[in-house]
Design a protein around this ligand. Structure first.
Ligand code: ZN
Length: 177
């Protein structure tokens, strides 16, 4: 994601993240079954406590963008690695090991958001909007999120694909939380 792309959606980042971090996704350890197959016994998966689902958690990525929650001038910040390859993350001239402090919010790329939604059992359709049909002609993209029983949970138009997906997630949040 470029700086311009991150900057254009920074106001949506907090609300978007709030919905995503509350989503239940398929447990990786038991593959969503809730149990670990060890021959005769099927112990409950300790990772998800037998539910088969876990909360989605953001993993810090090099080259990703984030934004400070309490900054007055909110400028997207690029997550970079230090040159000595020690695994420390650099954001805005400050350093953290492994995890960013909680006062930072990620600005996720729409493809990453799509993957998270699919792991949580939602279908995501992204279409080029017909400028004649969409109620504002500058709105070029439509994002639809479909839940179980083919229920439409969000249907959003925006000028960029990134914005359409993030707005759709926020609309999904109104439906499910
Ligand atoms: Zn599990």
């Amino acid at each position: 994601m470029t700086y311009e792309e991150a900057n254009s959606v920074k106001e949506l980042a907090a609300d978007n993240y709030e919905v995503l971090k509350n989503l239940d996704i398929k447990c990786i350890k038991c593959d969503g079954s809730g149990y670990i197959d060890k021959g005769l016994h099927f112990p409950k998966c300790k990772n998800c406590n037998g539910t088969g689902k876990i909360k989605w958690k953001w993993k810090v990525k090099m080259g990703g963008w984030c934004i400070g929650k309490n900054y007055k001038t909110k400028t997207p910040l690029l997550i970079t690695e230090t040159t000595d390859k020690t695994g420390w993350l650099q954001v805005n001239c400050q350093y953290w090991k492994d995890e960013l402090p909680s006062n930072f919010i990620p600005i996720l790329h729409w493809e990453e958001i799509e993957k998270i939604l699919e792991k949580a059992g939602y279908r995501v359709d992204i279409n080029r909007a017909n400028p004649i049909e969409s109620y504002k002609k500058s709105y070029k993209y439509e994002c639809v999120i479909i839940g179980g029983s083919s229920r439409f949970l969000a249907d959003v138009y925006a000028e960029s694909c990134q914005k359409a997906v993030m707005l759709a997630v926020i609309e999904l949040g109104d439906e499910i939380i």
